[in-house]
Design a protein around this ligand. Sequence first.
Ligand code: CUA
Length: 318
Amino acid sequence: MAPHSAFDRAGVQSDRIADLFWTYFDISALVFVLVLGALVVAVFRRTRPDAPERSVPSVEAERPKRRAVGIATAFTVVTLIAMLFLSVKTSRALASLGTKDAISVSVVGHKWWWEFQYPASVAGLHFTTAYEMHIPVGRPVEVKLESHDVIHSFWVPSLHGKRDAIPGKKGSLVLQADRPGRYEGQCAEFCGLQHANMRFVVVAESDEDFKKWLAHSLTPAVTPDDPVKLQGQEVFMKSRCSVCHAISGTDAFATVGPNLTHLASRRELAMGTLPNTPGHLAGWIVDPQSTKPGVPMPGTPLPPEELNALLTYLRSLE
Ligand code: CUA
């Protein structure tokens, strides 16, 4: 996956933020050049061989200098006020993307993963998923933020600025993707050992693909159709897995960890730290601590046959 970048703008909100950034950059560059230019002129005049000897300055001689300082001060004040005005204007514009025709998604930050809840108003029935947040292109999405434990910060640089997810407090932002793509997101508030790996992906797709994804997400997990998968499901239910994870359509309904109903359809595991392959999945189940020290998920050593069956079952959860 391409690394996320606020310069890779993909929506109206990120456009506004990037425009403000470049305006600030231009102004700052101009000020930098002017200040350095003034410095060079001053040094040059000081070191000229024919520079006048320093003497007690007269009021007359001081006048042009005072005028220069006055003009520079006025210029600074005007520049700062203009920048403040631009900043406020951008903030207002960011808040102006209304929720008319918007879909709404609840986002819950956990140590160290992101949960996405799609309400019945969007999907027909409520469902929960993790890591991959799908949205339709060209439509505002109201992200309702909360946190399960500590302060996290929801940030998809290509789509919007940062917004904190604070325990006990509801926050929100409205974003919109104007072109399809997979946009990487990142927790942007230090929240513990695995903060840097608290990633997620926003998948922006056409309305049609989004509806397909919603419909697919609502389907319960496939029922195992062969003895190995069936054994895998049994292992899942009897081992620690079902204590924390849910798979809809089965007796596993815990909400401590990410919902695994469609685990195999995600491209990455462990919040984007591992590619979703059988080998990485096996390593993750057996020893998650070596990949992500500190994660609440304990290692689950299993006899090879059971591990193989569990993998076969989990890999079938598309
Ligand atoms: Cu969650 Cu940093």
